[in-house]
Write a protein that binds this ligand. Sequence first.
Ligand code: PXP
Length: 246
Amino acid sequence: MKLGVNIDHVATLRQVRYRSRRKVSPWAEPCLLDAVRAVEQAGAHGITIHLREDRRHIQDQDVWTARRLARLPLNLEMAASPEILRIALKVRPAEVCIVPERREEVTTEGGLDVVRAGTRLRRTVSALQEKGIVVSLFIAPDPAQIRAAAATGAEFIELHTGAFAEARNAAQQAKERTRLKRAAELAVALGLRVNAGHGIRYTNVGSILKVPHLETLNIGHSIVSRAVMVGLQQAVREMLQRMQSR
Ligand code: PXP
């Protein structure tokens, strides 16, 4: 199974300091390109970023930087909005995962409401595919959404693992995992390929591996959080060394 690392929260941390700048330097800390290189060197299989309509973390320039300089395939998460679609068609990432951003686009479980947005989504999917971009739809493990996703012509779905990740006890987690398993089986039977993401952590990834047919897990928050912890000692030591070296 492959790992796509979502580095949005590296940009979240950067934007805490640089939000007021109209244009952020590509070297502003923490540097997104350094994050791309670290992910690559660690052996991951893809870089994932989400260009949100409100630009709360990833900026337009980051998308271009990642597209030009990442050696791994770039998976761009985006809402199916005309503005972001225009950018995606110019940037041409290897893959686009269409995600909901507005309340009316979201199903009860947090995935894209493909059943409601069918026709509009189909146009977005084919516009992206015409540029050679592989398209994935981020949906809840719900049979109606999976059937609707297959009808759009998208190659992939990304199963929303949020309900699984937030399960309060082992029984609920097992129930959610069964839903993911059935969803993956239905998707494959309909000719779709299957990824998964949201809320996957070091402590629950083992359980996710039991879901059949998954190709890529997209993981962000947990990896970036862990990076802060495993890197903090070295960061403090390096600053102390500089302070002591004069
Ligand atoms: N997959 C998709 C489609 C997402 O939008 C996100 C970010 O919420 C993720 C995966 C990664 O989720 P997390 O940061 O919880 O690992």
